[in-house]
Design a protein around this ligand. Structure first.
Ligand code: GUN
Length: 291
């Protein structure tokens, strides 16, 4: 039997429609949601991500400010801009696109963002709040995955979930959100001894390895839910060389899994949708006067 496709584009369209209505309502109350995006350096992938984020903001009625700095920018210049944006009441979210050039202390930059405007959910206080199950801004990619599971009616409580990847952006917060939702979570990574032994036990398998087609059908339990966070290109020699693919061999795994996200059109659009959701939520808090 072929797996049910968990369509991130369709879910994003639904949620972005709701967010546009909320943004319009906030604008009518004199608080149009605003997001400031900071891009430093000439990482071409980052430039594309930032362009997509800004375009998505405009479509739902979030006004966006973009600040671009050269590769050799002085950290003090960027820190001064963050301080200015922290104090700007028209800005409800501040996002610094990662990675930053080597002269930057990434942690110090993320900590400089006001906790209430940290719509990426990377500030240590938001991470701490997430780990304690307190309300917080959750990092956008794992938050988007939880929405896919929720709207896909995938049972999480009591499920065996396996997360591959231990990054601060995806793997670690993903494990915390799944734990919070009642799953029994295993985090695997590049040093895991027998990866397949873990993945074959998973009711929910979240893959964030950054390696094209790394998960084949033999690594997946029949009927499992497979969430592919990867964004790679099919390798040279493949019939689809150069086109986008995930970390999961979609064509093979969809014959085994119960439900699966495609790449593109799965997790990717949901990451941006949750950024918009966090920004609208921050503006709503500002409108209620509880910054
Ligand atoms: N770089 C890769 N993913 C992300 C993300 O979600 N947010 C930011 N700010 N930078 C990233």
């Amino acid at each position: 039997m072929t797996a049910r496709i968990l369509d991130g584009n369709a879910l994003s369209a639904t949620l972005r429609g709701e967010l546009a209505a909320q943004a319009a309502e906030l604008a009518a109350r004199g608080v149009p949601p605003g997001l400031a995006v900071i891009l430093v350096g000439d990482n071409s992938a980052s430039a594309v991500y930032v362009r997509n984020k800004v375009a998505a903001c405009e479509k739902v009625g979030i006004h966006s400010l973009k600040f671009a700095y050269p590769q050799d920018a002085a950290p003090e210049t960027v820190m001064a801009k963050i301080a200015e944006l922290n104090g700007d009441p028209k800005v409800h979210g501040i996002l610094v696109q990662l990675p930053l050039p080597p002269q930057f202390d990434e942690k110090a930059v993320l900590e400089a963002i006001s906790v209430g405007k940290d719509v990426d959910g990377f500030h240590a206080e938001n991470v701490g709040r997430l780990s304690q199950g307190q309300p917080a801004y959750f990092p956008c990619t794992p938050h988007g995955v939880m929405k896919i599971l929720e709207y896909g009616d995938i049972p999480v409580t009591g499920a065996d979930a396996v997360v591959i990847g231990r990054s601060n952006i995806v793997g670690k917060p993903m494990a915390m959100l799944l734990t919070q939702a009642g799953a029994t979570v295993t985090v695997c990574h590049s040093r895991t001894r027998d990866l397949a032994a873990h993945t074959r036990r998973a009711d929910i398998l979240v893959v964030a390895m950054g390696r094209a087609l790394a998960i084949g059908a033999d690594m997946v339990k029949p009927g499992a839910t497979v969430i592919d966070v990867g964004m790679n290109r099919f390798p040279e020699g493949h019939a689809r060389a150069g086109k986008l693919c995930g970390d999961v061999d979609f064509e093979a795994v969809k014959e085994i899994a119960g439900a699966i996200t495609p790449v593109p059109g799965g997790v990717g659009p949901m990451t941006i949708t949750m950024l918009l959701a966090n920004t609208v939520e921050s503006a709503a808090r500002a409108a209620e006067g509880e910054r």
